[in-house]
Design a protein around this ligand. Structure first.
Ligand SMILES: [Cu+2]
Length: 115
């Protein structure tokens, strides 16, 4: 965790020109960051605030995460019209990745609750 935070500071404090050595050119395509692994998840929307969502997600085996409520950011890849249909209380399926201790949703859709 501390290690990761140090790395984060490193990325912020170093000017862009010196950052380039750590990234091969083909990895710059998306947003200048390292490539990331995406995880599948599902859960209930607890609140929505512009591009942030509080979600009570179901356990995520790949990360050994139990069920919990946490904040996810919503990628700019997702249009506002897509988000318009998502309401508090909806059960959603989504994809996300982790970056600098933030969790960013890249795809989401409403899903009927199977209870
Ligand atoms: Cu979580």
């Amino acid at each position: 965790m501390l290690k990761f935070f140090n790395y984060f500071l490193f990325l912020i404090l170093f000017p862009l020109s010196t950052m380039s050595y750590a990234h091969s050119p083909e990895l710059h395509e998306q947003d200048g960051s390292m490539p990331h692994k995406e995880y599948k998840a599902s859960g209930i929307v607890k609140s929505i605030n512009q591009r942030e969502m509080l979600i009570k997600h179901e356990p995520i085996k790949e990360l050994s995460w139990p069920e919990m409520e946490m904040v996810f950011k919503i990628s700019e890849q997702i249009s506002l019209s897509e988000l318009k249909d998502i309401k508090v209380g909806d059960f959603i399926k989504f994809m996300f990745y982790e970056k600098n201790d933030e969790y960013i949703i890249t795809a989401l859709r409403e899903h009927p609750i199977k209870k």
